[in-house]
Design a binder for this molecule. Structure first.
Ligand SMILES: [Mg+2]
Length: 244
């Protein structure tokens, strides 16, 4: 039975950037500082460059967290002289973890999937921090539709490694052919599905779609939740016909 749906979390069901935006605004304003779109865009760009430095081993996590908030402070109006960047960073992470933001239509989509596909099971397969993922999921009501969570931090393996999917499959305890990976990222979700020989749906594809589909052995694409629902329904019922 083709019924196990593994969903990526960020930019597939939840909007990571919208949560970040919301949390940054809440935390800065609580500390008497100004907040604007420009400040968020600058934070996002600088944060990205810091994560790349961290990946290269050029800076530590503590340095990353400190630097990103010292930079934000320098851009805000208000007095930041008494603020500890690490404390504000902790507050930011905590605030973000209880302020999940759904992708438009995501909750209706998972509800429809559960209602229309017999015995559908919805799993989250996400790289990231457990607290952040669980908190954001619970704060949106998405948790009511989810049968299991696979979060890299507590698994000791990350997408796109096949090891990540081996752990998922062992816990799902059903044939590989009963599972499909759905996500927006080529480098983690689609490459991961390829490495694990899983069926895959590339959600919100962009760029040279045909070339990417061939390179990553992608089975399907979907540019909206309506399209994704049709693709998954077809995939699950096609399997019903083949099943003895
Ligand atoms: Mg994603």
């Amino acid at each position: 039975m083709h019924r196990n749906f593994l969903f990526d979390l960020d930019q597939t069901l939840l909007d990571f950037h919208a949560s970040e935006y919301k949390a940054l605004g809440i935390v800065l304003q609580a500390n008497g500082l100004s907040f604007s779109d420009e400040i968020y865009q600058a934070f996002k760009a600088y944060n990205k460059s810091l994560w790349l430095e961290l990946e290269k081993g050029a800076i530590t996590r503590t340095e990353l967290f400190t630097k990103r908030f010292l930079d934000v402070f320098s851009r805000c109006e208000g007095n930041a002289s008494g603020l500890d960047p690490l404390e504000v960073n902790d507050d930011f992470i905590r605030t973000m973890s209880v302020n999940g933001v759904l992708m438009d239509g995501a909750l209706e989509f998972v509800g429809k999937l559960k209602e229309n596909i017999p015995h559908a099971r919805i799993y989250i397969a996400s790289n990231g921090a457990t607290v952040n993922a669980k908190g954001r999921i619970a704060s949106t009501g998405l948790d009511l539709y989810i049968d299991g969570l696979f979060i890299s931090e507590e698994m000791g393996a990350t997408k796109p490694d096949a090891a990540f999917f081996d752990i998922c499959l062992a816990q799902i305890a059903e044939p590989k052919s009963s599972c499909i990976m759905i996500g927006d990222s080529l480098s983690s979700d689609m490459l991961g599905a390829k490495n694990a020989s899983l069926d895959s749906v590339w959600f919100m594809p962009s760029g040279d779609i045909e070339a990417a589909m061939a390179a990553y052995d992608i089975n399907y694409c979907a540019s909206s939740f309506d399209e994704l629902f049709e693709v998954l329904k077809r995939w699950s019922s096609a399997a019903e016909l083949i099943a003895p």
